[in-house]
Design a binder for this molecule. Structure first.
Ligand code: ZN
Length: 197
């Protein structure tokens, strides 16, 4: 996936550090973006460069430490690559796909989600985006939009897969603030899931 051929021109100063499982910013409900400023357009570009560098296909603003409703994706043929204030108006169908997340490296687990969505958002030119998506775009947008609601893909996995994921994530955050993550304590996340069900 890292095939854009422009990596030579990119230096580390254009990249942003990722936030990982256990970081509280990943559990916040992100704020609406009131204005698409020049600074945010630039921020979107830097997010895309960071996503490419990390070999991701999607990235949400909280994953680089900003709790705002903004995401980028690597499917520019299907939709504008930077989306602000995305909303899923309607969803249907069901599909299973093995998801991974740049904030939880090395963990890949099946997640069931709607297979088709009707999406509304704004692009970085200030144009309204209003489209039907399926396949990978629908999958990526739903995963990234979960980040904006403080949800991670591990919150949506089966009971059986949870056992493995819990053990792995406990190991990773052993002795840090991350041990209080709702996935491991089982408390706050239920409320989040209920609110957005
Ligand atoms: Zn993710």
């Amino acid at each position: 996936m890292r095939n854009r051929g422009h990596d030579d021109a990119i230096t580390d100063e254009h990249l942003m550090p990722l936030r990982y499982f256990g970081d509280q910013v990943l559990r916040r409900h992100a704020a609406d973006v009131p204005d698409i400023t020049g600074e945010l357009v630039e921020f979107g570009r830097t997010m895309l460069v960071t996503m490419d560098h990390e070999v991701g296909i999607g990235l949400a603003a909280p994953q680089v430490g900003r709790s705002i409703r903004m995401l980028v994706h690597g499917l520019p043929e299907d939709a504008p690559p930077v989306l602000f204030n995305p909303v899923i108006v309607e969803s249907s169908g069901e599909s299973v796909y093995q998801e991974g997340c740049l904030s939880i490296p090395g963990l890949y687990i099946d997640v069931v989600r709607p297979s088709e969505i009707h999406l509304r958002a704004w692009d970085d030119q200030g144009n309204e985006v209003d489209l039907d998506a399926d396949g990978m775009l629908a999958r990526v947008v739903q995963h990234e939009m979960d980040h904006l609601d403080g949800l991670l893909f591990v919150d949506r996995i089966s009971v059986e897969d949870r056992i493995t994921a819990e053990a792995e994530l406990r190991k990773r955050v052993a002795g840090t603030l991350g041990t209080s993550d709702p996935f491991l304590t089982g408390k706050a996340i239920k409320a989040l899931l209920r609110k957005h069900a």
